[in-house]
Design a binder for this molecule. Structure first.
Ligand code: HEC
Length: 125
């Protein structure tokens, strides 16, 4: 019995090894690299927010749907970004509301672009 358990564990280990290997192959180098070099508010961030956030956080519905956060208002967006709340919400940090609410996390590249925009000083460009 002990021997069978041992063999099973060994096999699981080998299978897990293969799994990680193929995962590495899937993600390393393949796919389009994320371009964060030319991130601007109008060209990069606003389209991400339009597609994923303004539905609830727009100037008309933000009280009803967006918890009082009007992200279409640049100064509000900037202060949420500078407080760190924006990044924590989109990266699903414990203690913050996970955004976009009730949906899948944004794709990694969009998150990287938001992070870069904040790093560059949340410019309205
Ligand atoms: C389906 C509606 C909906 C969508 C879509 C949505 N939000 Fe929210 N958001 C809310 C609500 C409601 C709140 C208020 C807090 C709560 O109820 O969780 C909120 C709160 C927030 C907060 C404040 C979080 C805090 O902890 O104080 C931020 C920042 C935020 N949203 C950013 C975003 C961003 C960025 C997106 C798009 C990537 C997004 N939201 C998409 C509904 C939404």
């Amino acid at each position: 019995m002990i021997r069978i358990t041992f063999i099973l564990i060994l096999m699981l280990g080998i299978m897990a090894g293969c799994y990680y290997e193929s995962e590495e192959q899937l993600y390393s180098g393949s796919g389009t690299p994320c371009d964060t070099a030319s991130v601007t508010y109008s060209g990069t961030i606003k389209p991400i927010l339009t597609n994923n956030c303004f539905e609830c956080h727009n100037s008309v519905d933000y009280n009803l749907l967006g918890g009082g956060n009007n992200l279409e208002e640049f100064s509000t967006l900037r202060s949420l970004a500078e407080q760190g709340t924006l990044m924590k919400a989109v990266t699903h940090q414990p203690g913050y509301s996970f955004m976009p609410k009730g949906r899948e996390k944004l794709d990694t590249c969009s998150i990287q672009k938001i992070s870069k925009w904040i790093e560059n000083g949340t410019q309205n460009n």
